[in-house]
Design a binder for this molecule. Sequence first.
Ligand code: PGA
Length: 252
Amino acid sequence: MRKKIVAGNWKMNKNAEDGQKLASEVVNMVKDEVTNDATIVICPPFLTIFPVEKLVKGTKVQLGAQNCYSKASGAYTGEVSAEMLKSVGVQFVILGHSERREYFAESNQLLTEKVNIVLANGQTPIFCCGETLDQRQKGIHLDFVKSQLTESLFHLPEAEFKKVVIAYEPIWAIGTGVTATSAQAQEMHEIIRNHIASKYGKNVAEEISILYGGSCKPDNAKELFSCKDVDGGLIGGASLKARDFVDIIKSF
Ligand code: PGA
């Protein structure tokens, strides 16, 4: 059985105080209301991770980061390593979010290094892929997403690849209020799974959790999560409200 996962990507929102408040609300609501076995992850900004760790420790809520650097340590002013994140309880690291690719010029090649270092630290990469509206309209979206996976992940040996979580996030759906229809999400998730199967075989492909991200909200999560190949969500805006985030978790 594949893991069901809901991860909240807070992006550059919530200072230390507000972040602790949000994390506490999520922890309490999850404790009182969530009965399913979904893996629940929150990904606060770097600075907020440290105080939040004390609040989530020993609860069903796990900690993720939104990024890390590609090197282990050294003279890289302003960067944060996977190992540092691990030392404050971070188990998951989002990699290759489209905002990082666009504003910070992250390439498939750089992401290869980031994936490697996160796996080497025993953490789980949540690897993001997804096309622009222009690519979809030109009909090249399926091949584009496949190439993102091939170039950043397919160097991994099978045992390492099996630890990766994939998040399909169509760029045109992120923060826009336009969600992919469940048919569009299912189509791409199936393509991704088949692509994985072509490299690692069907059994491995069946084990990989593939999350959907892009304007996922309480009122559309149920339909998206009921798709055969959608194993949960990477949630941006709606993860900033505990009520909405927990309602999404309850949508399985
Ligand atoms: P959104 O963001 O839910 O606000 O669209 C999703 C994401 O970027 O991870």
